[in-house]
Design a protein around this ligand. Structure first.
Ligand code: DC
Length: 224
């Protein structure tokens, strides 16, 4: 039987990762957070003293298998590997995030990572989340979902997450960061973030975590 493939795309702060984790867990399938792979390439640039905005240098670093990004699973959890080393924690810094945003604009980087993502999704049922899953990586996914929320709702969620960690950042600052990331993701030349024509739009602005998870599970049931 053909593996079940679920594509979830959407802007920053829509809760894709945590929601995807939970949906995959309830379905008993693996979740591939593709953003982690772009973060690993961003980290590789930083570790090699390369400016992530230097396209030629980053692409040279990825050529001939010099930068191997891979993923393995332990107890259902994704471990992201850079040249065989577990970088799951190291890629979560602000620095790796902005490096990821820069390197994700380059075609050779995307080509390398998309090939690996497609290979994984062919082998088993999977849920992939990212920016180009429904439009590029899994064009014939079983279900495609474009998960979004208003910029205000996403900024408020982000502010509350930071408050829980003891950091108080003004909402206006977070909102302008969210708007800047949205602009970057939707305006880049290569594979910009956009809703696939056959994706279902799910706006979670006024939905709880549980309601969002259930809405996705219902969509999966309808399409599978
Ligand atoms: O989802 P995230 O913040 O971990 O993603 C890190 C960066 O990678 C983000 O700037 C967008 C980019 N990205 C991408 O271009 N394509 C994907 N499929 C996933 C992430």
């Amino acid at each position: 039987m053909k593996p079940l493939t679920i594509a979830i795309d959407g802007p920053v702060g829509a809760g894709k990762s945590t929601i995807s984790d939970e949906v995959a867990k309830r379905l008993g399938i693996l979740h591939l957070d593709t953003g982690a792979m772009y973060r690993a390439v961003g980290l590789a640039a930083v570790q090699n003293g390369i400016d992530p905005r230097d396209e030629d240098a980053v692409c040279r670093l990825c050529k001939d298998g010099r930068t191997q990004v891979d993923v393995k699973y332990e107890n259902g959890h994704q471990i992201t590997l850079l040249n065989g080393v577990d970088v799951s924690a190291a890629i979560r810094t602000q620095e790796a995030g902005s490096a990821a945003s820069a390197v994700s604009r380059y075609q050779p980087v995307r080509k390398m990572l998309v090939a690996r993502q497609q290979e994984m999704a062919q082998q088993q049922s999977m849920l992939l989340d990212g920016r180009d899953i429904g439009t590029v990586v899994l064009k014939d996914a079983t279900v495609k979902i474009y998960l979004t929320a208003s910029a205000q709702a996403r900024a408020t969620r982000r502010r509350n997450q930071l408050l829980e960690k003891g950091t108080d950042v003004p909402i206006d600052q977070i909102l302008s960061e969210v708007n800047a990331r949205d602009y970057q993701d939707t305006h880049r030349a290569v594979d910009p973030l956009r809703q696939a024509e056959d994706a279902v739009l799910l706006d979670s602005s006024s939905l709880s975590f549980e309601e969002t998870v259930e809405a996705i599970l219902n969509l999966v049931e309808e399409h599978a």
